[in-house]
Write a protein that binds this ligand. Sequence first.
Ligand SMILES: O=c1ccn([C@@H]2O[C@H](COP(=O)(O)O)[C@@H](O)[C@H]2O)c(=O)[nH]1
Length: 236
Amino acid sequence: MTRPSGGAARVIPALDTGDLARAETLAAALAPHCGLLKVGLELFCAAGGPAVIAAARHRPVFLDVKLHDIPNTVAGALRSLLPLKPAMITLHAAGGPAMIAAARAEAEKAEADRPLLLAVTVLTSIDAATLAATGVVDAPAAQVLRLARMAVAAGADGLVCSPQEAAMLRAELGPDPVLVVPGVRPAGSAVGDQARTATPAETVAAGADWIVIGRPITAAPDPAAAAAAIAASLPG
Ligand SMILES: O=c1ccn([C@@H]2O[C@H](COP(=O)(O)O)[C@@H](O)[C@H]2O)c(=O)[nH]1
């Protein structure tokens, strides 16, 4: 998957709904204003793989299923997902290097159809206090960097981080890892359950390749207009 050069190509709307018909309507309306469409756990669990891929057929699909299990099970999940031909799949970096390496080995079998494997570092809804409650006493940025280094060394093509770590990861890891960044909020949008946020333009300026945006688009009165406005706000 080639990297986007600006505007709409950088935008990945999250089709977060359990209603397949609604997802299809959103996908058709948003396709002119985005580079990929993201299918997450809500839609995937409600409708199943083939149906969601068909619903999102207007654009390459980012399958955000956040795999996290023992290496053999994650490799098996990859084997089951590869026939859907997603452009990107997520797995949790916290699963460790053997899990990521097993996923990469399985993904390689798809040859030309191999999806990008993106390692989720620290979820964008997690702040320092929540991270501490899980037993990690470092600041979120330090934990993001630790997991990112490990994940890339183990075979991840890229990383999911918050807007607040994108510049640090670019500085520390260089231009190669793909950065796909949720937790993005246009000025004035409700933050909701996101903890580490920035605007679309700030996130791209920090080094994100793609930005993921759900509710600020899907809950807008006119989702297509909201996505178009976000795309127009991005630097080239
Ligand atoms: O760290 C992460 C990883 C994934 N997500 C997903 O992105 C979207 C964000 O939706 P919003 O409505 O814009 O908050 C959602 O599908 C999450 O599952 C994330 O937010 N943070």
